[in-house]
Design a protein around this ligand. Structure first.
Ligand code: DAH
Length: 345
């Protein structure tokens, strides 16, 4: 093949070469010391007749330089176009930053507080380290009272001074002691909720944690009735679980209320027909409540002949299990983000 058609062939192949790899292969094809087309041509020149040898040699060398320069130029262009390893590709879709949110139990507590604030309730808080008097005795549970066994208590090895300045001997088993603490200090009327942590000597299982959260409620006035209790708590249940849920009050027993009742709602899993979730009853328990026992009023110096009131206590974790259909209470304390992220604001 003559030199000018070799050059033409190269020009066409250069135009077709798209990638850096193709450009390098093209250079090898022509210039590789072994087997390159131009290299072979140069060897040929040595055996050409003496009169044409110098001209042939010059042309072949020019072609060699031409190919080297052309491929070199294209390679330089290609490498200038290639993005640097750390370059930002602004055409890629953005990545959302991870934004935290409040824990589901906090969300639920806020929701409960907001309901009762709208009903004119006050929110009060009190000590988790408590004394026997406020946790039991003033709630109509004197020493040796069998109702103390309803809750397995965690006692302190030795008394410590609580936030209130009095010696505490136990971790409160419920928030009901806040009824006593508030009434001791303030006269009627009363309309409060007292949210907070409580502790019991329970082993961890699907429905128990040794620490959990309750909201206590107390309403006292001149003529507070059972109808007020029912109206308030049914409205609360409907606010939280939706107005279509069935509700019922079932007689119960608590030493600090008489009469006492537990509030049930229809089971969300079966809609009331009975299933494993509700032990075939169609109902699930939501909270305990009742009319304040006269003995409690006497303990705090309220006149039981003049005042009446209702009280209730509800577990936030229990509400969370019911509301969101969660089957294991421990999930709320394991802080696995894959779980916690399922409860948006
Ligand atoms: N203290 C009870 C508990 O921890 C809940 C409770 C029931 C509170 C009835 C009340 C009440 O104020 O009237 O299970």
């Amino acid at each position: 093949m003559d030199i000018s058609s070799l050059k033409q062939q190269f020009t066409a192949e250069l135009a077709a070469a798209a990638s850096e790899a193709e450009l390098r292969a093209l250079r090898d094809k022509y210039l590789a010391r072994k087997g390159g087309l131009v290299s072979a041509l140069l060897k040929h020149v040595a055996s050409a007749p003496a009169d044409v040898r110098p001209a042939l040699g010059r042309q072949a060398n020019e072609l060699k330089q031409h190919i080297d320069a052309q491929v070199g130029e294209r390679l330089a262009e290609a490498s200038a176009r290639r993005p640097a390893a750390d370059a930002v590709d602004v055409t890629l879709p953005g990545r959302d930053p991870l934004i935290g949110h409040r824990h589901p139990l906090t969300l639920l507590r806020d929701r409960i507080e907001s309901f009762f604030l709208r009903q004119g309730f006050l929110i009060v808080e009190g000590p988790e380290l408590e004394d026997d008097y406020h946790n039991f005795e003033a709630l109509n549970m004197p020493a040796e009272h069998p109702a103390r066994d309803m809750q397995d208590t965690l006692y302190l090895a030795s008394p410590v001074t609580s936030a209130t300045g009095t010696p505490a001997t136990l971790l409160r088993t419920h928030t009901s002691g806040m009824q006593v603490r508030y009434m001791e200090r303030y006269p009627p009327p009363v309309r409060l909720i007292a949210p907070g942590r409580v502790y019991r000597r329970d082993n961890l299982d699907l429905t128990h944690t040794p620490m959990f959260t309750q909201v206590e409620g107390l309403v006292v006035g001149d003529d507070v009735t059972l109808a007020d209790l029912k109206g308030t708590l049914v409205a609360f249940a409907h606010d939280l679980f939706g107005p279509d849920r069935g509700t019922r009050f079932r007689p119960s027993f608590f030493p600090y209320t008489e009469p006492s009742a537990e509030l049930d709602i229809t089971c969300a899993s079966c809609g009331g027909s009975g299933c494993a979730m509700c032990k075939q009853t169609g109902w699930v328990e939501v909270l305990g409540s009742g009319m304040v026992h006269p003995a409690v009023f006497e303990a705090v110096g309220y006149d039981p002949e003049r005042y009446t009131g209702f009280a209730f206590g509800v577990g936030i974790e229990r509400l969370a299990l019911l509301k969101w259909g969660v089957e294991d209470i421990r999930l709320f304390y394991e802080n696995d983000l894959r779980f916690l992220e399922q409860f948006p604001l």
